[in-house]
Design a protein around this ligand. Structure first.
Ligand SMILES: [Zn+2]
Length: 446
């Protein structure tokens, strides 16, 4: 009894500062009706003001060639004593600065307004590779620009001393961690309950591929409300990429518009969107789950919403086993390829999903486990096994670890039968169109 009231109190405290639920809005989940959805504004790198009256500073972001961004600041409230403190992640370089002291001593570049002018400005390069770190894994994220074009999809410099009135004189759009600096053709909005997906479409993007991703995301958003209370995910389409790259940072995503040229039937926009719904804190032995759940649930959600036929779905699962590599999913040092957790982790989730559906007569699925894990503080293999048990699948921690140690011994849970890959029209999978994704769940830059 005590625990229950303590929990209720904790929820009350948590929700008392949240935005008001819009009247008449209630969310309907996959398995019936849920309560009203609570919305929380995503954490942002910059506190934005709607009007100049509310802002201490105005900042204008304009693009130059080669992924260079110019940031011009104007102090609007001369009485404001707040000082501007900015920082850029490692790998971003400041080309020039006026009115700022630049500090390169740490692994990120700091800029402090020094009061020498009311109109400070700085020019920075979004071109360089950004380093992000997740636990012990350090990875480089590909740049989001084409060297010949005058735009950049860039990390927003972290701003202190706001609020700021943000403007893009040459076009642009701001998310919470990423922004597009340069012409934007349109912004599509998909809403369900109080959750919104924005798709920022620049000039020159493949509109057919964009429309297809909107169709997919609309159904996936409805069926896949995985945890978290964030109100908005912003997906930036990046044109002229002929592979399926994508990256999620917090609530924001950037992906190449040629994702549907990939042969695997998977959708980069949906994969990255699922990352924005992951708010679970996983321990090292569960790192595999981040990419595996994005990978598997992309396939399964597309199949459930009729974007993939049963044969295509089976084909996609078969692609997960295309390389016969051994590794232990619980130990990232043994992973033979970057693709290993996506593929063999995906195979394992397909097996667990089939077993769970069979054990519960279809009442529970691995999406329920996903939502459950989103509520946990630290998810390790023991917590994962417990979550399976809670939802009706009897698996011990030892069972889970045995499977995770040798996932290439598992057969995907096909809907029909093991597919004959050559029977399908799609081109065979090649390395050149492997999904390139790194989800910075623990995003060190904030
Ligand atoms: Zn991913």
């Amino acid at each position: 009894m005590f625990h229950r009231s303590a929990l209720a109190l904790a929820f009350l405290l948590l929700f008392s500062s949240l935005a008001v639920v819009p009247v008449g809005v209630s969310a309907t989940g996959h398995n019936g009706t849920e309560g009203p959805t609570q919305c929380l504004n995503p954490a942002s790198h910059i506190s934005t003001a709607d009007t100049a009256d509310d802002a201490n500073y105005r900042v204008k972001f304009t693009p130059r060639l080669n992924g260079v961004v110019v940031a011009n600041y104007t102090r609007l409230d001369i009485w404001s004593r707040s000082t501007v403190r900015l920082s850029l992640p490692a790998g971003y370089t400041v080309e020039s600065a006026t009115g700022f002291d630049v500090d390169n001593s740490s692994n990120r570049t700091g800029l402090d307004f020094n009061g020498e002018t009311d109109d400070p400005s700085f020019v920075y390069q979004a071109r360089n590779v950004e380093h992000a770190k997740s636990g012990e894994l350090e990875r480089s994220i590909k740049p989001y620009h084409d060297s010949s074009t005058k735009y950049a999809t860039s990390i927003i410099p972290s701003h202190g001393g706001g609020p700021f009135l943000v403007e893009f004189p040459n076009g642009g759009h701001i998310g919470s961690t990423l922004m597009r600096v340069g012409p934007v053709d349109r912004v599509e909005t998909i809403s369900h309950g109080c959750h919104t997906i924005e798709i920022v479409v620049p000039e020159g993007a493949d509109n057919e591929a964009v429309d297809r991703s909107i169709e997919q995301l609309t159904t996936v958003q409805r069926s896949f409300k995985g945890g978290g209370y964030n109100a908005k995910a912003t997906l930036f389409v990046h044109p002229d990429h002929n592979n399926g790259f994508g990256t999620a940072t917090g609530e924001d995503v950037v992906y190449g518009d040629q994702w549907d040229q990939k042969a695997d039937g998977l959708s980069t926009p949906v994969h990255e969107y699922i990352h924005t719904r992951q708010h679970m804190d996983v321990s090292k032995d569960m790192w595999w789950y981040i990419e595996a759940s994005a990978s598997y649930h992309t396939a399964r959600s597309l199949y459930d919403s009729d974007h993939l036929t049963a044969a295509e779905y089976d084909y996609t699962l078969a692609q997960f086993t295309r390389t016969n590599s051994s590794g232990d999913l619980t130990n990232w040092r043994t992973w033979p390829t970057e693709q290993f957790p996506y593929d063999y982790g995906g195979v394992y989730l397909s097996v667990l999903d089939a077993d769970l559906r069979e054990a519960t007569d279809g009442k529970s699925t691995m999406k329920d486990v996903f939502r459950d894990l989103n509520q946990r503080d630290e998810v390790d293999t023991q917590a994962f096994a417990r979550s399976l048990q809670r939802h009706g699948l009897n698996r011990t921690q030892a069972d889970v670890e045995a499977n995770l140690s040798n996932p290439n011994e598992l057969t995907p849970a096909y809907q029909q039968s093991e597919p004959i890959v050559n029977d399908l029209i799609r081109e065979p999978y090649t390395n050149s169109n492997i999904l390139s994704c790194f989800s910075t769940i623990i995003f060190y830059y904030n």
